[in-house]
Design a protein around this ligand. Sequence first.
Ligand SMILES: N[C@@H](CCC(=O)N[C@@H](CS)C(=O)NCC(=O)O)C(=O)O
Length: 240
Amino acid sequence: MSGMPLAAPAANATVFDHMASSLNRGTAAPENPFMKLHYASASPFVRKVMACAIELGLDDRIEKIETIPVPTDLNEGLAADNPLAKIPALITDDGSVLYDSRVITAYLNDMAVAGGHAGLVPADGMARWRVLRHEALCDGILDALVVTRYENAMRPEEKRWDEWIDAQLGRATRGLAWLEATLPYWRDGVGLATISTGCVLGYLDFRYGDMDWRAGQPGLAAWYADFSQQPAMLATAPGA
Ligand SMILES: N[C@@H](CCC(=O)N[C@@H](CS)C(=O)NCC(=O)O)C(=O)O
């Protein structure tokens, strides 16, 4: 339902109460999912959302709507839900539409925490902001990689702007170097920081196989060899 205002707190409380009561009872998922997600398995942002949903025990509450956005060919159905015409976009049970992926991961995390889950983000303090910054960094790397891919795959060769491509790839390169340098601080566990990083590295393997990111980032390479085997990562691999 496009154009709907965001849910008032009371309406959100209904969603949270529903989650909390079913989790507290220890019951299986309700028969029907109550959220819908504009989804494509190739999207690293969708992957982050779904990997978080799996870890939070919410994936079976989400119905996937296969949605392939093409930047030069507006998907009217998607644009009706998200004016930016990008995926992921989550339609909640009261018809509110949430985007972008960072808003969705925060929403799912809050919902699970309301139901008794420990969550994927520290509850407060600088530790919380560091994890949210980490997610923002990974999203920024992905933004740069995704638009560069559009430029390389879709734009006629004679119209490509090499300096612009180099600037985008510079963001990705610096971001990877930061992830490598800070690895000891965030590498443990399955949380928002590690999932976000896994989605970046998985996207590099998927779309930038010739970049050989492992050569300059041996620590990240060793970490990802393990982390990519996490069930939530295996279940959300492109094409899975
Ligand atoms: N910052 C957004 C980025 C989403 C995004 O760029 N999604 C891509 C697919 S991977 C998309 O929908 N692209 C369509 C377009 O740019 O027209 C988020 O975190 O959700």
